[in-house]
Design a protein around this ligand. Structure first.
Ligand SMILES: Cc1cc2nc3c(=O)[nH]c(=O)nc-3n(C[C@H](O)[C@H](O)[C@H](O)COP(=O)(O)OP(=O)(O)OC[C@H]3O[C@@H](n4cnc5c(N)ncnc54)[C@H](O)[C@@H]3O)c2cc1C
Length: 287
């Protein structure tokens, strides 16, 4: 990640490794458009159970080679031994990927399903932060949850302790799950500040382009959808274009509020599509 200068807000985007050739050509079309906005970094997710391992590495590598934009590779503990994780980190390093988002990952049953340990593996993201820091000269980011982690069942104080521990282990920024209420973000930042932490909390913003898809993602991630948002989407149900415009408007308003709180960075969950993110970035004057 580029160092942040005073009064500047970083802008980053997230992509996932596509499953097939069509998805891959759509990804590169989106990258072409998004690269014009000159994001500070592009992150590439790591599929459930390590299913995208090779694609994550290849795409993160090619992204930086083609666009010059620094890439952030995600890595999870799911299904890998400590030695396998070290080997993946060596591949990241060989591909000159210098920033890792260190995550636990979800068990197959979802975020609040019982965790299944891998023999000789790691059970929590703070252990992965240690491993990443020990293995190479990486900058390490972690996940944060403004609406609480689903497995924490509302124990917000416990989530704060987890973040403080990750910072103590060497994480230098956190990126949030998507959220819709500015108060949830502010509560997280304020609680960390009250504990003496000024870990930069990059706000994860999801431009809603498909309300049905959002409902599924929100359930999985434990993000409540405010009734006002559901009602506004219900009013445009069946009109795809109006739905996309509404999603852009809602995300624009959230970003404006975030910028007014002095957010250190905004991270867009692009879902490998460029148009909505580009419109929001333009609306808020981030580029
Ligand atoms: C920005 C972002 C990007 C993501 N990218 C991906 C991705 O690419 N691939 C993917 O599979 N998933 C991804 N996820 C989802 C993430 O893997 C899940 O949310 C997962 O359930 C939690 O990951 P974590 O890193 O927060 O885990 P942890 O920090 O390990 O937390 C998981 C749970 O364990 C508790 N806990 C944490 N540490 C300890 C400890 N030492 N002792 C006891 N309890 C503890 C926490 O309170 C929490 O309830 C992403 C999430 C975010 C926010």
């Amino acid at each position: 990640m580029k160092p942040r200068t005073e009064n500047s807000t970083t802008f980053s985007i997230e992509l996932f490794p596509p499953k097939d050739e069509l998805g891959e050509s759509r990804l590169w079309e989106a990258v072409e458009e998004l690269a014009l906005l000159n994001p500070d970094s592009v992150s590439v997710t790591y599929g459930a159970g390590g299913s995208t391992r090779d694609r994550t590495i290849r795409i993160a590598d090619e992204l930086t080679a083609h666009t010059g934009i620094p890439s952030v590779a995600h890595l999870t503990c799911v299904g890998s031994t400590r030695v396998e994780l070290e080997q993946i980190l060596d591949q990241y390093q060989a591909a000159k990927i210098s920033t890792i988002l260190a995550l636990r990952g979800d068990p197959a049953g979802g975020p609040d399903a019982p965790w299944i340990s891998t023999p000789s593996g790691l059970d929590h993201a703070d252990q992965l932060v240690d491993l990443v820091r020990a293995r190479g000269n990486f900058t390490v980011g972690v996940a944060a949850f403004p609406d609480g982690h689903p497995a924490s069942h509302g124990d917000f104080a416990a989530d704060i302790q987890v973040l403080l521990r990750k910072q103590a282990h060497g994480a230098s920024f956190a990126t949030t799950q998507f959220f819709f209420e500015i108060d949830a973000y502010s509560r997280l930042v304020d609680a960390l500040a009250a504990a003496g932490s000024h870990l930069p909390i990059i706000a994860g913003v999801l431009p809603i382009t498909n309300f049905k898809q959002l409902t599924r993602m929100a359930q999985l991630g434990g993000t409540p959808i405010p009734a006002a948002i559901s009602e506004r989407f219900a009013a445009v149900a069946g009109d795809e274009e109006a739905g996309v415009e509404l999603g852009i408007e809602i995300a624009t308003q959230l970003c404006e509020k975030l910028l007014s709180t002095g957010v250190p960075g905004i991270h867009f969950y692009t879902m490998n599509k460029a148009a909505a993110t580009a419109a929001i970035v333009k609306n808020i004057g981030l580029r």
